[in-house]
Design a protein around this ligand. Structure first.
Ligand SMILES: Cc1cc2nc3c(=O)[nH]c(=O)nc-3n(C[C@H](O)[C@H](O)[C@H](O)COP(=O)(O)O)c2cc1C
Length: 166
């Protein structure tokens, strides 16, 4: 199955989890491509109006069977860069989607869950079908276990989906 991981990552945390996911899903037999969302010029972290953001490129969601969308938590909310990407892409036409966020604080209720809720609402609005999601808390003493659990969960969901479409 063709899997696209569309990731916004400024300081590398989210990207590092995305790379581990890519490795895991590739070992499961999928074709996995990471596409990073990058702003033109230096990213302004105080820019909360996603309409003022312009990206270097806008990955085509229809190029993949399954999409994984990931980014950092910003002010207990979804990343403005991801919000902008959704607004520019328009409709996802029932694309199956997995979501994850990384955040500095140690527990998911400290912003991560809210960011995921916003991203899920955006997916609903744009016609995507969210089949799983997760939060990685960078300051949680069990961060490594959170990451391995996420890899396992996403691997199981991707395998289940692959079996359905075959
Ligand atoms: C402007 C800004 C706002 C942030 N807000 C939060 C927040 O509300 N809660 C949190 O836990 N971390 C917050 N963070 C930290 C990032 O979410 C966290 O470090 C994340 O893992 C960074 O991911 P990245 O390295 O992929 O960019 C914020 C970071 C920035 C720059």
């Amino acid at each position: 199955m063709e899997i696209g991981i569309i990731v916004h990552s400024l300081t590398g945390n989210t990207l590092s989890v995305a790379e581990r996911l890519q490795e895991r899903l590739a070992a499961d037999g999928h074709d996995v491509e990471i596409e990073q969302l990058k702003t033109i010029g230096e990213e302004k972290t105080n820019e909360n109006n996603s309409a003022n953001i312009t990206l270097k490129s806008y990955p085509d969601p229809q190029a993949h069977d399954l999409l994984i969308i990931a980014g950092p938590v910003r002010g207990a909310s979804a990343s403005p860069v991801l919000k902008h990407y959704f607004s520019r892409v328009g409709q996802f036409e029932n694309k199956p989607m997995l979501l994850f966020v990384t955040e500095f604080f140690p527990f998911p209720w400290m912003g991560g869950k809210n960011a995921l809720k916003q991203m899920t609402a955006l997916c609903d609005e744009h016609g995507a079908d969210v089949i799983g999601s997760g939060v990685i808390n960078w300051k949680n003493p069990h961060r490594e276990r959170q990451i391995t659990d996420l890899l396992q969960q996403f691997s199981d969901l991707a395998t289940g989906m692959d079996q359905k479409i075959k």
